[in-house]
Design a protein around this ligand. Sequence first.
Ligand SMILES: [Zn+2]
Length: 410
Amino acid sequence: MRGEMLRTILTAGLCVSAGCLLAANVTADDIAARARKLHFLSIVVDTHDDTTQRFLDGKFDLGPRDANGSIDIPRMKEGGLGAIFFSIWMPSKVTGPEAVKRALVQIDAVREQGRKHPGDLVLATTAEEVRAAHKQGKIAALMGVEGGHMIASDLAVLRSYAALGVRYMTLTHSGNDEWADSSTDTPAHNGLTDFGKDVVREMNRLGVMVDISHVSDKTFYDALEVSKAPLFASHSSCRALCDAPRNMTDEMIKALAAKGGVIQINYHVGFLSQEFRKASTPEIAKQLDEDVKKRCGDEQGCQLIEGDKLTREFVAQGKLPRVDWTKIIEHIDHAVKIAGADHVGLGSDFDGANMPFGMEDASKLPQITEALLRKGYSEGDIKKILGENTLRVMTEIERVSRELNSATRQ
Ligand SMILES: [Zn+2]
């Protein structure tokens, strides 16, 4: 206490002159202004958003500002978001023709949003198309399939998704699929099966990014060995800071980076904060689940949005600890220290997870730029983290795809 007082007096003493106060203010404003300028000049890419589920409920449209959720066109613009990957998702237990049908409906729902909002959104499939959208002041909309179960063990289905514009596929979701182990299921295949390896090879040829978020460590290392293109984690955080099995270990992050890949940091509180993870007991999870079902029934989009709201209510009631958005910066900084600024990006999990306080929606994204600038990151490194790393990986994957296609034609 006494020490604090002394520090306060000393600080005040050092800054008594008007010139000193002015200098301090100018510096603070200068960083804020530099951050805004940098943020809105950069191409900000978010590689994982579950908003697609909201389209399915039939009531949600990206056009108007919405009181719920994290993503709509006004808030994406306010947050300077230049490109968004909409997730095509359903639980791992949905398989076979039903999974394919539901994936096609979701792909159509994303494409329909593009058709309805041509002035603001443009469907994109390549890094060049993302850059072109940014030049026109539009948001590039891309798609990723979240879980290999949706191809129903058929490469023809994978090729069809690619033809419809899908540009990444997470090899599993929370459960194992027929050919790959998930990080949150009992191992059944010792990583990737032979067919699973063929899936990775076909993804390389098609130019579909091999997404290793959600997969088991063994599946990750198998994919790393087989893939001719860099791997990509569309929404994963650092296990060294939060011990969730679907976060990446330092060793995995280094191995991913060594092959040119990128880890896109996930903002979900249960993947950011060990304290939150510890407090989320099975009883709390059960209570949350029951309350969500009371509000939403079986509507997945509603469940995802209400799950986030209810978590905040539990925090207010003292049942769960509060996690602030600055945890995202800690994970970015850790990954940068492990692998370098060329291998880290942003994969929010907006509209599909529980967001930390201060990162409720896409409009809050400029804070990330300002926080990194204040931490001493160079403008060049910040631009990479905001989106250039993802665009580099996309470009490389497109190059590998061209190379593999020309080799198979010969
Ligand atoms: Zn996910």
